[in-house]
Ligand binder design. Structure first.
Ligand SMILES: [Zn+2]
Length: 82
């Protein structure tokens, strides 16, 4: 097993711990639905909003407008076939 060649001095140890290991503030974005601050690319903890077709309520994923999208897709296929 690799072993350090010499003891790290108190000065060197404390310098290392002083500034380099500071945690940055978390990045937050505004929820487009309720305007609360939330983590990017995550469901909103306030309202559960994910995107226009998805939301999370009480731990369950709710899919919205999926049927409408499918209908649009079939209509598009029909029009392109003609
Ligand atoms: Zn929200």
């Amino acid at each position: 097993m690799a072993v350090p060649k010499r003891k790290v001095s108190k000065s060197r140890r404390d310098k290392r711990r002083s500034s380099v290991w500071k945690l940055g503030a978390p990045t937050l974005v505004e929820c487009p639905q309720c305007h609360a601050l939330k983590a990017p690319h995550k469901a909103c903890p306030e309202c559960g909003y994910v995107n226009a077709n998805l939301s999370v309520k009480e731990g369950k994923i709710a899919v919205k407008a999926a049927a409408e999208k499918k209908e649009e897709a079939t209509v598009a296929e029909e029009t392109s076939a003609e």
